[in-house]
Structures are given as structure tokens and as C-alpha cells.
Design a protein. Sequence first.
Length: 480
Amino acid sequence: MTERTPITVAAGDGIGPEIMAATLAVLEAAGARLAIEEIEIGEKVFLRGASSGIEPSAWESLRRTRVFLKAPITTPQGGGFKSLNVTTRKTLGLYANVRPCVAYHPFVRTLHPGMDVVIVRENEEDLYAGIEHRQTDDVVQCLKLISRQGCEKITRYAFEYARRNKRRKVTCFTKDNIMKLTDGLFHKVFDEIATEYPDIENEHWIVDIGAAKLADTPEAFDVIVLPNLYGDILSDVAAQIAGSVGLAGSANIGDRCAMFEAIHGSAPRRAGQNLANPSGLMLGAVMMLLHIGQPDVAERVHNGWLKTIEDGIHTYDVYSEGVSTRKVGTREFAQAVVERLGSRPEKLKPASYGDAPAPAAAAPLRERPRADRALVGVDVFVCWRGGAEELEKRLRPLIRDGLALKTISNRGIRVWPDGFPETMQTDHWNCRFEAGSGTTKHEALAGLLTRVAEAGLEFVKTENLYTFDGERGYSLGQGE
């Protein structure tokens, strides 16, 4: 008997059960060698009291099979509910989100017939760490965390993906002209890793102009690697430019586990009507089949799907008079794909996975010497309803132990010294203290905070200021 690969399947919410049933019907008809374990996730689990929408028994299945085929879920409105997608990706170490965005001209309407772009999105860090705080009446914050290890893993994955799939170029998008430390690290690591792949062209774009170029001339790009938030936004944009978000599948890859899904949501308004397009989940399942070493089945499913699209058999979302030949529902679309298993498209490029290489093992992270780190000051964030000049007067008597008040800023704009009256000010002030002798000690900072509190000033946050091998490890705090 042929060995079957264990996978975990979740039907999800909204249109999820319908598109999952359609997808599994196609996989079974194509001869996929799967041992399916079903789990329940999503809205019902949320409402039973699981804040992340998943219960311990489901985690046991995921950790056992290490392969997850997931339909979209619904997160209930209101506070107290975590994103299940973010939780799953981070808990299982799924650091790479891979989203192919392909045009199917002339069978699906698009302004860019030659588009074939793969978005490789970092999946665990950035603003999606979800570390947020309300600090004053007026100001909330979200921490943007970027690690060298995270940058190295996602960048290397993008270049390995390009090499494995015979892609010619990898492009990096960041906003490091503004976020010089966080996005600057992503760009720096990209440049370092790129030198190890001389056979693959590399380039960097500032994300705003890069996004404009992607929307206007997607043919200029091949593989794009970028941090989490930009990747989430631009992969949806790219999928829609290619033809429809409903046609795009997604792989979430880690060193030990992987998750495969459609990139669209649960669309509860369309649930139970046999209308939803199952294509995104089907193409996610194709990526799953390649991941588990069944390229023969992946090729059958993908070409059957391409032939169905080519024959004009379309669900409502991509149906077009004069191009489509038949409007069908979810079940009928799946049946059309089943009927075309073993066929190949004639005009669209057929899928060929016969020589698909196995995914490369994760490369070990590079060892780097520790930097010489020196403590040189502290940013003290104060909740204060007065003005900058009055705040400085309150702070002046508290300064000692070699520390000096260098600046006061409000939302990253310096307001003391030499502030402008036109600058809008909130109740959230950053008071920067630096050591006149170059370095200081934690005891001096603790003493400063004690005096600030005793003076009746409320500090809501502190950030220590360090240099690394003599280079400043913090921004100027003025929108640098």
C-alpha cells in the first residue's frame, strides 16, 4: 500500500467549509496520498472561550503532522480575540509567507497579461508582533521589532526559492530612508545575503515607489522579499492586479512545519450559497503537495485547474461576458476540475513539476561577534499636559550623576530646545538624557527615574540608549 502523508485540515468559517470540501474532492480524485486529521478552529472556538481560536488538542495534531491545510476563519468583533493566523505562524515558526501572483490572460481580466510575481513576506516580526500599549489619554504605540536572524532567514529563503524555481531576480522593498534602524537592518542583511547568490540579480526599492512600480509595471519584478506589514498589503495588491485575490494561494513555511491557505478571508456574506471560488485554496493545496513530495499529484491538479480556467468555466467573481463560457458554483467548479485531471492547458503555460527539487534544508544562521555595547543615556517618556518649556523647568533640578537633558520631543519632533509654536503637541513627551562623559550606569538611570517620580511627573515608558562598537544604536528622535 502506498504510504500516505499525514496532514491536518481545518474547514474554517464562512465560505471555508464549502471551498475546503471542493478542494479535498479534487485532491482525492487526483490521487493525493494523504492521511487527513480534521480539527476545529475559528469563530466557534473563539466563542467557547479560546482567545486565539484554537484548542490544545488541535495544536497536538499540528505538531504531529507538521502540515496544515487551512480554510479562512472569522474572528469575532470586539476586543479580547487574537489573530489565529498570526498565532499559528509565530507558534509554529512559519517565518516565510510565499504568495505567487500570476495573470491568466485572456481568460481572467487583467491589465498586466505577463504578470508572474512571487511575494516572499517575512511572517513573524515587524509590527505584526502585536505589541501595543496605550500610554496616555492621547497616545498609543505599536512596537516594530526586526531581528537580524529574522531578516537573514527570510532573505535567504527568497534567494533559495528563486534559485530552485529558476527565477532571475530578487527585489527587496523597505522604507529605510525613514526607519533607518529597523528597515535599515532588513536592507543591510539583504545586501549581505545577495553576495552569496551571484547567479541571481538583486535590487532594492523604497517601498512606496516600489509599490507604485508594482501596480504600474509588475513585469519588472520577479521575486519580491519584504517585511511583514508591507508584504501583507502588497501581496493582496499584487494578487488583485494579476486578476483576483480569489485566485491566489499561500504557503507559510517554517523549518519544521508548514501551513497552506487561500489569501482571502471567510466572506460570511457568501457562506452557504455555493458561490465561492475555491481556486485560492486549491492552489494553496498545490503548494502543499509540492512541499510534501507529491509533485505528480500537484501537476495533475494544477493543470486540471488551468484547463478549467482556460475553458471559461468560472465562478461569479471572475466571470466575464464574452470571455467566460459558463458561470458555475463552488461544487460545479470543483467537478469541472476533476473532469479535466490529466488534461493540460493549450494557451496558458502548463504546470510542470516532474523535476521539482525538494526544498532545501534551512541554512544555519551565520555566527557574528558580539558588539561592544555601551550604555550612554535614556529616553524617558512622560505623560504631561503642559508645554515643553514648563516640562524642562520641572526636569532641570532632577539632573545629576553626569546626565544631561539633551532634547524633549513630542511624537518624534523636537520641541525643546528651539521648538516651533506651529508643532502640534500631545500629552506624550520624550525626554532624552545623555551622559556627558560618554557612558553611564544603570544605577544613574534608576536614580533619575526615582527623582522624576518623586517630582510628581509620570513616566510611562523608558528606552535605554546604547552604542554598538561606537555607533549610535538609536534614532535622533526627530523623524530621522
